[in-house]
Design a protein around this ligand. Structure first.
Ligand code: AMP
Length: 134
């Protein structure tokens, strides 16, 4: 069954599109964290970042940069948050890869992610494990 973003890509569902190429699409988030919140997605069926490869990644990043600049200028925002939830545990609700571009005017709009403390040696251990996977 097609998810909402696949339906937007093939025209079955309406969206307020702001940018489109052969490989990417950007449109307004219907339920914005901050007004002007825009989504950037690949047109290819890619569920999450773990499936993204090759030139698709480059095309997507190029579009994210373009859209970020446009959102900042158009809204008069001082900055933008760029985020992507990958996996349901990370808060992904629509299982088609997407990047949120959220204009920010003031820190009071919403807080930042919480932080944790490492025990002695723990950060190095995480770094070792991550390096081995790269
Ligand atoms: P996520 O939690 O990262 O999967 O976010 C999904 C996002 O898609 C949310 O910010 C929703 O507001 C947005 N969304 C869901 N349906 C639509 C739609 N039909 N048009 C635009 N944005 C949508």
């Amino acid at each position: 069954m097609k998810n909402v973003f696949e339906k937007i890509i093939n025209g079955e569902l309406p969206a307020d599109k702001v940018y489109e190429t052969d490989s990417v699409l950007a449109f307004m988030d219907i339920n914005p964290n901050v007004k002007g919140h825009t989504l950037v997605i690949p047109k290819k069926s890619i569920e999450n970042i773990f499936e993204l490869e090759g030139t698709d990644a480059g095309d997507l990043m190029e579009a994210i940069v373009k859209v970020s600049n446009a959102v900042k200028k158009a809204t008069g925002a001082k900055g933008v948050n760029i985020s992507s939830n990958n996996g349901k545990e990370a808060g992904q609700v629509v299982f088609h890869l997407h990047f949120h571009v959220i204009p920010r005017f003031d820190k009071s709009e919403f807080g930042s992610l919480p932080h944790q403390d490492y025990k002695d040696g723990e950060m190095r251990d995480f770094a070792d494990r991550i390096r081995k996977e790269l």
